[in-house]
Design a protein around this ligand. Sequence first.
Ligand code: UDP
Length: 325
Amino acid sequence: MSKNALPSQVAIVVPVYNEEAVVDAFHQRLRRVIDVLPVTFSIIYVNDGSTDGTQVALEAIAQADPRVVVVELSRNFGHQAALTAGLDQVEAEWVISMDGDGEHPPELIPEMLALATQGYEVVLAQRQEPQQAGWFKRWTSEAFYYLINRIASTPIPPGVSDFRLLHRRALEALRQMREYHRFLRGMVAWAGFRTVILPYAPTPRLGGHSHYSLQKMLRLAFNAIFSFSLVPLYLGISLGGVFLFLALLEALYVLSFWLTGRQASLAPGWSSLMFVLLFVGGSLMIMLGIIGLYVGYIFQEVKQRPIYFIRRMVTFSSDAESKHD
Ligand code: UDP
């Protein structure tokens, strides 16, 4: 594998949503790490339609640090869309994406860059210890990775979040993928490139609270499953096959009475009939639901709507004046 020089230009993309209380502390912590590195950094904060004072806090950060660009979206589009908005603004050769709440330790950045010099194009940070988040989140996350790795054709390493370093080649590949339902860790895995996993111990949130409600986590899981796998559709076909086979067996059984002239001692059979009716009806409903979900996903994809809208961009850097609105 060919070696690279230490990346000279690196962009850091940080989506933030209602993080007024923590963005400043995050930025100071980030600065302590990057200011001592012989690398030119640019930092892109994407304000994902925050309803608190996040925009004001970000603009104050930008005013004090000319490397900062603030991208303000027109509303809350969600973490994955906000991250995409930031990645779309990157001009540097390398990009790091991370959360702005302190769960992704900036102290890992030097190690990520060191791996880049070894010829890797994608460095995925992987949480090692179980997260501070309670057992429910841990359990659902483990179940999710188990499921997605069983049914999706591209393996997605567990514990890998959206904390990663990408070379421009991988970034360009990602930029070409404009699907509406985005599951970036799956998309990065699907794109390929020389990838390495960098384990780290998680650090707690600097403050505030997680914005991933159960509903949002489920939506992300559904996005991952239905945009990365056709297995649920095959499930329907196999289930249908099993029922057809059972029906055939039953027909043969009944036919055997007719052929041998034996007296069928079948009970009125109301309960078994009912069972079969309900069972088959239920399975059909589930399969219809699954097909319906795929149709819904297709419907949203064919509209080809933009993934986000930018209200404005703010930077106090002299050489990026053109980006001012
Ligand atoms: N975030 C965002 N848009 C959203 C929700 C979250 O940009 O709709 C940001 C959030 O500010 C944070 C990152 O995405 O920087 C991760 O979100 P969060 O901390 O809520 O997720 P967690 O990893 O804690 O479950």
